[in-house]
Design a binder for this molecule. Sequence first.
Ligand code: DX5
Ligand code: ZN
Length: 221
Amino acid sequence: MKIAPSILAADFARLAAHIASVGPEADLLHVDAMDGHYVPNISLGSPVVASLRAATEKYLDCHLMVSNPGSLLESFAAAGANGITVHVEVGDTDALLGRIGDLGCDVGLTLEPATPFDAVEPYLARLQTLLIMSVKTGFGGQSFISGVLDKVRMAVKIRAERGLSFEIEIDGGINAETGALAAAAGVDILVAGTAVFGQPDPQAAARSIRDAAMAASAACA
Ligand code: DX5
Ligand code: ZN
């Protein structure tokens, strides 16, 4: 089980220190880019990724909630992104996935809670990461939509049937309780913003999510 704290909930005025405060409990750092068009909110772009790259060795897991990710792939890769995830809803998926791989980044694809699993199914063999959104994208601090766990179970099943190796990540409304539900369904990577950086002790908060998730997956094994 991997924990990916989402820096969207971090204090941008002291980003490096806030990230460091999670210590070894952060396996990856989830970086949410929002363009004010695909989603109403604006967050950050590749200059922030470059600053993060200089401040940490952690894997930078970049989630592009933008209408035209094709215009950003080069700059995110050059800034030091390790993985780049695009939305199936923006289209041109074949070309985008190919370009992410060509840039040497791990290839990620995601879908909104309202988008059926069929939309990502044809691309699974090309992915390192399948990100299943458990809130409608745009803002941190929303409530977990448990209905998306059916997509997690479907991804687990198809991955086994086809002998694929992508990791299943979930994003939105994750805390110890919902993280346990996601882990029991078969998720590999839990993204958590508010439940980590919104807490007084981010490292302890991340550990409690991990502990709850590990207990839930062990119970299902
Ligand atoms: C939502 C973002 C999420 C967000 C999660 O649009 O993609 O990564 O930061 O925040 P929490 O964990 O607070 O729901
Ligand atoms: Zn995200």
